[in-house]
Ligand binder design. Sequence first.
Ligand code: ATP
Ligand code: MG
Length: 329
Amino acid sequence: MSLLIDFGTSVLRMLVARTDNLIEAASMVALQEGAPTVAGDEALKMVGRTPKSVQLIAPIEAGVVKDGPAATDMLKLTIASFSSRGGMLRMPMTFALPANLTSVERRGLEEVAKNAGARQVEFYDSLVAAAAGADIEMDQPHGALVVDMGAGKTEVGLLSMRGIVEMRRMPYGGQAIDQTIIENIRREHAFIIGQQSVERVKQLLGEAEAGDEPTFEVIGRSLTTGLPAKMRVDRDLFWQPLSKYYSQVKDLIRQTIEHCPPELVGDVMDNGVALVGGGALGYRAQAELAERIEVPIRVAAEPTTCVIRGLAKLVASQRKSTEKVRLRA
Ligand SMILES: Nc1ncnc2c1ncn2[C@@H]1O[C@H](COP(=O)(O)OP(=O)(O)OP(=O)(O)O)[C@@H](O)[C@H]1O
Ligand SMILES: [Mg+2]
């Protein structure tokens, strides 16, 4: 038995190997006067609502551990909330993580797992896992492109035979879009809204397309009066940052294809590009990325869980794409 982990910037996803027991929890921990209290969705509910004595930490950023002790606390608390006897904490842990991390960044994650109780830690490339989760056939020497549009990072990989031939990444994704939207609304309307409001509107953007309502009502705080208020915000303030992100992702896809060995170009044209990660669910993601790109683009089924489900497939087939690290207890 081993515990499979996709440590996302916004969501921590775990799966006990060879089961369907998928755990998804916000990638966040709350500390009360320095001591960890709750993690996951309980901590997420506290955003913007904490007294000074409570500190909220999102310890993972773009696949990298930003705060080791907080990441350990988060892992322990989240696992404990799903396994009362702590058995899961002692399982070997298998992580999906970005292929191009430095050895220091990789060791940071090893430390977190070890401090949480794991005796053995294994790593797999997250893009290879993503491709497996998107049902891309990778045992043959046949190229395929996968794009992971996450909360804290965006990665494009050209894969063949379970390995990465070429990859490009940007250290930002959905969360940076949210911040830009918040900033735009603050500048245009002297009005502050929270990230949860932005997330809600981002999911409604498609509904405004019908043309009946080109604005969205949001609740926030007026900077002029200092009071809570409602405000109607033009959908363009949400759409512009999203659209800019899509053109950046398109550039990454183009750069990856440009560096693609000629033998694999034909494969990519045949197989197309699979979009995974929460950003793949974004309004017009597929349509915008497909514009003026010669390769077919599809959104993978259940894009947010492709990495963790793909990791399960890779582990089940027992073929590793990166090294195995055994830690002393
Ligand atoms: N319907 C939607 N429209 C737009 N964006 C969405 C939608 N659903 C999810 N997202 C975005 O997807 C992001 C979360 O995606 P995901 O769960 O893949 O990230 P993660 O794995 O936690 O992060 P990372 O892989 O970057 O470390 C959030 O930033 C969220 O805004
Ligand atoms: Mg992710």
